[in-house]
Design a protein around this ligand. Structure first.
Ligand code: NDP
Length: 292
């Protein structure tokens, strides 16, 4: 194998910038800036950093946001009461509860307490059901971001054979639903799938969200296929440090027609889609108001 990648690089930053630009333009047309409520419990460093990044990006595109930072020991009832209050507050357009929650808190009732019309993470059962039925609703951010990334780079999935590796509620299942809604023929693979390579080799569009570094090797990819690598894995570099790598082996670039890099592929799309979802939620809320 040569070292020079052959596949078209499906770069995330320009696609994310286009999505943010659209969110910004649409936000500016509303009577007031869309408001995103960010709920964080505890001081998990990754969660603190993610929530800070979301608030910063929101401000950059003209959205208002507020971080509701609750102490680590917050009881379930208190968190539920906050989410219920935000759901009832007409000044709030979008609500995001940063996961994971501390171990003593059950995320399921919390996600269900979010008004589905403000569920910018798209994880409420009303929204996941709407997705699978092909009805209007708010879509989970990473899967919707993947679709926006493909569209930005001119990849149409209509009539294509799509294979999704991974069936999580966060990525695998919803991206399969979105691909189906976009007229792909979809297969979902997981740990119990025998001969994974035989399944992935059928894909015109292969989406990999397994969380296993370099799970997909060149022999598992159909020549010319479009490959979306969702995985974010931290692997030791040997000098005591870590680097980020995807679920797709770099040599797949020699076989695939197009490939998302890690980092710099799907990653930037997630926050951009969150802000787009907040704008969509605000647009729908304003459309329902009598003054229109
Ligand atoms: P989960 O661990 O929740 O799900 C992983 C899925 O992959 C499971 O369905 C599992 O199957 C399947 N899987 C794991 N190993 C194999 C294997 N060897 N063969 C076949 N299937 C396998 O992970 P998430 O969906 O939350 O995340 C997946 C990856 O995407 C992670 O690396 C995560 O960090 C990354 N991610 C990136 C985001 C971004 O913004 N770029 C956002 C969200 C996630 P089974 O169900 O049978 O156990």
């Amino acid at each position: 194998m040569t070292e020079r990648p052959a596949a078209q690089v499906l770069s995330g930053p320009p696609a994310a910038a286009a999505l943010l630009d659209e969110a910004s333009r649409r936000a500016a047309r509303l009577p007031r800036p869309p408001h995103l409520a960010l709920v964080r419990v505890g001081e998990d460093p990754a969660s603190v950093s993610y929530v800070r990044g979301k608030a910063k990006k929101a401000a950059e595109v003209g959205l208002s946001s507020h971080v509701h930072a609750l102490p680590e020991a917050t009881p379930q009832a208190e968190l539920l009461a906050l989410v219920a209050a935000l759901s009832a507050d007409p000044a709030v357009d979008g609500i995001l509860v940063q996961l994971p929650l501390p171990a003593h808190l059950d995320p399921e009732p919390v996600l269900r307490a979010v008004d589905p019309a403000k569920d910018v993470d798209g994880l409420h059962p009303a929204n996941t059901g709407a997705l699978w039925n092909g009805h209007e609703g708010l879509r989970p951010c990473t899967p919707a971001g993947i679709m926006a990334l493909l569209a930005h780079h001119g990849v149409s999935v209509r009539g294509q054979r799509a294979v999704v590796v991974g069936r999580s509620a966060l990525v695998g299942r919803p991206v399969a639903g979105l691909l189906l809604n976009a007229d792909a023929t979809v297969t979902l693979a997981h740990r119990a799938t025998p001969d994974l390579g035989a399944v992935t080799r059928e894909a015109d569009v292969l989406i990999v969200a397994a969380g296993q570094a370099h799970l997909i090797t060149p022999d598992m990819v159909r020549p010319g296929a479009t490959v979306v690598d969702v995985g974010i894995n931290r692997v030791p570099t040997g000098d005591g440090r870590e680097r980020l790598t995807g679920d797709v082996h770099p040599d797949v670039a020699q076989v695939a027609g197009a490939l998302t890099p890690v980092p710099g592929g799907v990653g930037p799309m997630t926050v951009a889609q969150l802000l787009m979802n907040t704008v969509i939620a605000a647009e729908r809320q304003h459309a329902l108001m009598p003054e229109g």
